[in-house]
Design a protein around this ligand. Structure first.
Ligand code: A3P
Length: 285
């Protein structure tokens, strides 16, 4: 229980917590041995950092065309923690997979085969708010705490996916330590602020050289309101009947949730927990 007395259902694993019944024990136990292919693309992010957005962008870039509603591919069906690797064996190359795991939980093949890795991060305050709504909105977590209690729980790593600071620092260090691993790194805020430039950079990283008018179409079709209108109705709903993955899609919504005291405290937490990090976090645009 947290300080408001509310519980959250969590599954401990390798010093980490998973909080959703979809996590598959066999998949997790065998993750080291997950056979990746040289031409796989693995999208990695802490939850609520823009994974669905970038997932859709990558798929359109790989397909080379704007998808019809039926052709939009559901990210959840390709989460490496949710199904044993055999489930992905019959997929044609290049496979696009995704996960929310720390670097040290990634399959050995990621480094061994130098698999293209897309790493997306987001400012901690917006993630805090987005994740709070995620945990209180999804029935399976059975969580009803208030924002302040959730924030403390999250900082302590006692939520789904564990500490955001350990996750982010671990990835930052691994990327610096392994220059041989091809990594595209961007942030939710840079994707918002410099949408076309970031999508062009991602496209080049994946080995494509599309003209700007196609890349502009990719930006338009993956824009929050367009995607919400196309996918929101069909996607997973929270207790209030709203789509879980399409909430506000803004930079700076944290200002509507944090009190002044919470914000001051959280600034100190970030400074302490991210000491030494060279990543830039934009809390407002
Ligand atoms: P908010 O809760 O702040 O609105 P993830 O996909 O990693 O789970 O992240 C979910 C967050 O990204 C949610 O943030 C969601 O609304 C936002 N989001 C989803 N699709 C988006 C898109 N196409 N463009 C921008 N933000 C998007």
């Amino acid at each position: 229980p947290d300080e408001s007395g509310h519980m959250m259902t969590l599954i401990p694993f390798k010093g980490h917590y998973f909080g959703s019944p979809q996590f598959n024990e066999e998949a997790l136990l065998n993750m080291d041995e997950f056979p990746l292919r040289e031409d796989d693309i693995v999208l990695c992010s802490y939850p609520k950092s823009g994974c669905h957005w970038v997932w859709d962008i990558i798929h359109i870039l790989v397909a080379g065309k704007i998808p019809s509603d039926e052709e939009i591919i559901d990210k959840e069906a390709f989460m490496m923690e949710w199904q044993p690797s055999i489930s992905y064996d019959s997929l044609p190359s290049p496979r696009v997979l995704n996960n929310h795991m720390t670097f040290n939980m990634q399959p050995r093949d990621l480094l061994a085969k130098k698999v293209k890795t897309v790493f997306i991060y987001r400012n901690f305050k917006d993630v805090a708010v987005s994740f709070y709504h995620h945990h209180t909105g999804i029935h399976d977590y059975e969580y009803n705490g208030d924002f302040g209690s959730h924030l403390k729980r999250w900082v302590a790593g006692l939520t789904d996916s564990g500490s955001p600071f350990i996750y982010t620092q671990g990835w930052e260090k691994a990327i610096a330590d392994h220059p041989e691993l091809p990594v595209f790194m961007s942030s939710y805020e840079d994707l918002k602020e410099s949408n076309l430039e970031e999508v062009r950079r991602l496209s080049q990283f994946l080995g494509f050289s599309y003209p700007d008018d196609f890349l502009k179409q990719v930006c338009d079709i993956t824009d929050f309101s367009t995607m919400k209108a196309r996918k929101g109705d069909k996607s997973f709903k929270n207790k209030q009947g709203q789509p879980v993955m399409y909430r506000k899609g803004q930079v700076g919504d944290w200002k509507n949730e944090f009190t002044v005291a919470q914000n001051e405290w959280f600034d100190e937490v970030i400074e302490r927990e991210m000491a030494g990090s060279k990543l830039t976090f934009k809390y407002t645009l």
